[in-house]
Write a protein that binds this ligand. Structure first.
Ligand SMILES: Cc1cc2nc3c(=O)[nH]c(=O)nc-3n(C[C@H](O)[C@H](O)[C@H](O)COP(=O)(O)OP(=O)(O)OC[C@H]3O[C@@H](n4cnc5c(N)ncnc54)[C@H](O)[C@@H]3O)c2cc1C
Length: 464
């Protein structure tokens, strides 16, 4: 990082959206500096934890089966967001997801066929070989080959505006404060999910019991600065992607391996040993992202998923072993639930199960009758010992409060005019498309599509 230079494109952040924008801009010949607040070994934000992206496609390809047309993708998005999405930006994301993979491969990302497992994603989602870490490493290699400069351990603290344009960024690097000059800026510094104070401001005390699944570096500093300087926000600060994580997970950065995918195969109870939501409402990829909020709504933000021997082997096991017991009563004692109440809850559930043909790959006919809440699919009595429990906490993945953007990835100001030289991509603008809910793999799709748009438009602004 050379403080005497004026960089053509200054990219704030060092994850998928940032690197996609940086590479795209640099390929037009402009100079690019990436500011990543993490040290090199932890670079890549939440992107390094990912596994796949969701792609529209008209026919089977190397790693995707059948077809996933625009309209089905759009309908899936409308369903999960309950219509809280910007259709224009969403359709751009969906359409441009088609050629993301070719671009990614061109820059060193490799794909693999999806593994058989609980997520039913082989038709819709392309999986990165080696996961997000390999993707991030490939992009940094490509960036280096292209002559992109990267400053690690460099936190963007402030942005200076002149006549509605950003002219410099104030950064903290190795204990010193520096000013970096730029002609354009791409903001790709994630949401505020790692900022425990901000989460508490939005959620109240329940946030104390949240686990942050990803990077500890997404503190929302760039988001806050942009909003404070007159950029128009979009979205609700309590809306986010949050899953049910193993309660024994560390506070930050545990990644995918603590997500508990057994919910649709069993029942979930709160600390009063009472069920509170339909565990079999829909396929797991369409429902896993609501369970963080559901657990957050329970007393002390703790819950337990209970399964029996029949379910073992049918879901991807999380890193922590389940708590095991030979009876429901013993299991209750092991996880500190009232044994009599848990036995009653399980007995009531078992009595209400209507016989059917269990098939986890379809919305089967195994459902409860006359039970509140119901279990709509995959309901089987819990009667085959041993019994198992996983304790659950809300695990926040990323927040949806965002900066408003237009279809050129330009950040919109309070007066609804685009800021001439500020572009945004990834989590920091994903809330334009995700007002609530989530569709597995769309986070990386939004980051890749808008990263490319932001990089192209930033370079175009410089080149005139
Ligand atoms: C465990 C886990 C699994 C996931 N799996 C998937 C998946 O399989 N598919 C999918 O689509 N999505 C997945 N997601 C969501 C996905 O990670 C995000 O949607 C996507 O990575 C967002 O990319 P991004 O570049 O916007 O943010 P990030 O990758 O988080 O990058 C943000 C970057 O900004 C940097 N930064 C933050 N603040 C500053 C600052 N002030 N100054 C300088 N730099 C700063 C951070 O260090 C980081 O490098 C997953 C998330 C998690 C946590």
């Amino acid at each position: 990082m050379d403080p005497s230079r004026t960089y053509d494109v200054l990219v704030l952040g060092g994850g998928n959206a940032a690197l996609t924008a940086a590479i795209t801009a640099r390929r037009t010949g402009v100079s690019v500096l990436v500011l990543e607040c993490a040290p090199k070994g932890l670079r890549g934000g939440n992107s390094r934890h990912t596994r796949n992206l969701r792609c529209m496609h008209d026919r089977p390809s190397d790693v995707l089966t059948e077809a996933y047309p625009e309209d089905e993708y759009w309908q899936d998005l409308v369903r999960v967001t309950k219509g809280k999405t910007d259709e224009h930006l969403a359709r751009i994301t969906i359409r441009q997801s088609t050629d993301c993979r070719a671009w990614m491969v061109q820059h060193g990302v490799r794909f693999q066929p999806s593994l058989r497992g609980t997520l039913h994603l082989s038709r819709t989602n392309a999986f990165f070989l080696g996961g997000g870490k390999a993707l991030v490493n490939a992009y940094y290699r490509a960036a280096e080959d292209l002559g992109i400069e990267v400053a690690y351990d460099t936190e963007v603290r402030d942005l200076n505006f002149r006549d509605g344009q950003i002219v410099t960024a104030i950064v903290a690097q190795h204990g010193a404060t520096r000013e970096v000059r730029a002609r354009t800026v791409v903001a790709a510094a994630g949401g505020f999910e790692s900022n425990l104070g901000w989460l508490k401001e939005a959620w109240g005390d329940v946030a104390d019991n949240f686990l942050v699944r990803g990077t500890p570096y997404n503190m929302g500093r760039v988001l806050r600065v942009l909003i404070d300087k007159g950029v128009k926000p979009v979205g609700d600060p309590t809306q986010c992607h949050a899953v049910a994580c193993d309660a024994r997970a560390p506070k930050f950065d545990a990644g995918i391996i603590t997500r508990v995918d057994a919910i649709s195969l069993g029942i979930v109870v709160n600390k009063h040993a009472a069920r509170f939501y339909d565990e079999g409402e829909d396929f797991w990829p369409k429902r896993y992202a609501i369970w963080g909020r559901l657990v957050a709504g329970q007393p002390d933000q703790i819950a337990f998923v209970l399964i029996d021997a029949k379910a073992m082997g049918s879901f991807v096991p999380p890193v922590y072993p389940p708590i095991r017991a030979s009876s429901v009563r013993e299991l209750a004692q092991a996880v500190n639930l009232d044994p009599a109440t848990l036995e009653r809850s399980v007995a009531a559930f078992n009595r209400s199960v209507r016989p059917g043909t269990f098939n986890h790959a379809i919305l089967d006919d195994c459902a409860t009758v006359n039970l509140t809440p119901p279990k709509s699919h995959w309901a089987r009595p819990l009667d085959a010992p041993p019994f198992f429990a996983y304790p659950l906490r809300p695990g926040i993945t990323f927040t949806y409060l965002a900066v408003r953007v237009n279809d050129r990835a330009q950040v919109m100001m309070q007066d609804d005019k685009p800021a001439a030289n500020i572009f945004a991509a990834g989590e920091i603008m994903a809330g334009n498309i995700l007002g609530e809910g989530y569709l597995a793999g769309i986070g990386m799709t939004i980051g890749t599509v808008f990263g490319r748009i932001a990089g192209r438009e930033a370079a175009r602004h410089v080149l005139g």
